[in-house]
Design a protein around this ligand. Structure first.
Ligand code: 2BA
Length: 109
């Protein structure tokens, strides 16, 4: 068994979880936020049999899309008389960041 952890855009999370449930995967959805952008995203975790990992990743690929987000950089600490022009920065946020980990033991009690 593997634990699949997928960090996805919150707008894609509903479609992802619905598609997983349609194909009889069990999933847990956690509210999370990115360390860099500090914007909300969603972490979906699912325990899957080894031979179902590729099917789960295919569903992630089909439902999660990359986006460009604009970030306003924090102004640096300024000395009196210095001037800072904040140029917005474009960042490409991936469709999903996925980790696949081995599960040592799984029980439903
Ligand atoms: P954030 O940390 O908010 O990052 C959002 C996007 O900002 C990233 O997209 C990447 O394009 C950019 N970015 C992140 N750190 C950067 C840095 N130090 N310098 C320049 N650009 C940077 P993704 O790579 O698609 O990541 C989307 C979200 O997935 C991340 O949101 C974070 O929540 C999670 N994530 C990505 N890689 C991770 C990792 N190695 N471990 C844990 N979580 C990760």
């Amino acid at each position: 068994m593997k634990l699949v952890v997928a960090i996805v855009h919150h707008e894609d999370a509903g479609a992802l979880v619905d598609a997983l449930l349609d194909r009889e995967f069990r999933a847990t959805r956690l509210a999370s936020s990115g360390g860099f952008l500090k914007q909300s995203n969603t972490t979906v975790i699912l325990g899957v049999d080894d031979d179902a990992v590729e099917e789960a990743l295919e569903i992630v690929r089909d439902t999660c899309h990359s986006r460009t987000q604009v970030v306003n950089p924090m102004p640096p600490i300024m000395e009196p008389g210095e001037f800072f022009m904040p140029y917005p920065l474009e960042v490409e946020v991936g469709g999903a960041t996925v980790f696949v980990m081995p599960v040592e033991r799984f029980e439903r009690i």
